[in-house]
Ligand binder design. Structure first.
Ligand code: NAP
Length: 260
């Protein structure tokens, strides 16, 4: 495999940190996002040998452009950090908002992976990292649709990595916890701080992702309390529900402030 990566969501908080860390490690990058102007400062920082690719993973045309670039550049490693979130009371979410979250976080991921896996199987090797969330392991109030998409991505990666176990094509699932990026609103940040939920720097998440790339494991979750909480949620979901019910007044306070 060449030391080159195509990073989708390169303009994001985690995406930029991952691009910087990979570039520092000597990797060549294709920075992929929907907005060229937003990607250009990062390219200037990282150097001209790193390319830009404007592509929207929600369009078949954008996904084909990603595949064409991989072929042209001989790249066999893709990290998909694109994602959208909405912190809201579920009953208040519109059909359009639900569909938009499912489209970017799930449907586009599956359609993109299908293209990439077919290509990687044909060439005999390749790596795809898909990004989930701690909320893909534990369902939290205010995140019903987002959690649904991330639970689904986790199940998808688990099934697909097992389907490909006898090939040299790897599909990995990377699961950050709360991270200080623009995806989280001021209300979410204030709520996390009041509830004592740890928020990572994007640089820490990037360094854990780079370490994960070196391992043979097919999934990785950032943060020890979250790993423990996930196991607790699996074994004793009623216990976790009771604890979350105690936090509900605080969560509801921030859900209300998010709406107004
Ligand atoms: N931050 C957290 O607390 C946290 C926690 C757990 C998991 N995650 C997950 O980590 C990933 C990165 O999140 P982040 O915190 O870095 O968020 P962010 O700063 O909001 O970045 C989101 C990225 O997704 C890209 N994107 C969105 N829709 C796209 C589309 N249709 N096609 C191509 N790119 C698209 C955006 O690119 P544009 O420039 O084109 O808008 C941007 O680069 C997401 O999957 C998120 O769900 C984040």
């Amino acid at each position: 495999m060449s030391n080159a990566y195509l990073i989708i969501g390169a303009t994001g908080g985690i995406g930029q940190a991952v691009c910087r860390a990979l570039a520092e490690s000597g990797a060549r990058l294709v920075l992929c996002g929907r907005n060229e102007a937003r990607m250009m400062p990062l390219q200037v920082q990282l150097g001209d040998d790193n390319q830009l690719l404007v592509a929207d993973i929600n369009s078949a045309e954008g996904r084909s452009r990603i595949l064409d670039t991989l072929r042209e550049e001989g790249i066999d490693k893709v990290i998909n950090l694109a994602g959208v979130n909405q912190f809201t009371t579920f009953a208040k979410q519109s059909d359009a908002e639900i569909e938009a979250l499912i489209q970017t976080n799930l449907t586009a991921v599956l359609c993109l992976n299908r293209l990439l896996v077919a290509h990687f199987l044909q060439q005999g090797h390749g790596l795809i990292v898909n990004t989930g969330s701690a909320l893909g392991q534990i369902g939290l109030p205010g995140y019903a649709t987002y959690s649904a998409t991330k639970f689904a991505v986790r199940g998808f990666c688990e099934a697909l990595s097992r389907e490909l176990a006898d090939s040299a094509v790897a599909v990995k699932y990377f699961s950050p916890r709360a991270t200080a990026t623009a995806i989280n609103s001021d209300a979410v940040n204030a709520m996390n701080s009041e509830l004592g939920n740890k928020t990572d720097s994007p640089e820490r998440v990037a360094s854990e992702l780079l370490a994960f790339l070196q391992k043979s494991a097919s999934s990785y979750q950032v943060g020890w309390p979250e790993k423990l909480f996930t196991r607790l949620n699996g074994a004793f979901p009623g216990l976790v529900s009771r604890q979350l019910k105690q936090q509900l007044p605080v969560i509801n306070k921030y859900l209300k402030s998010e709406v107004s």
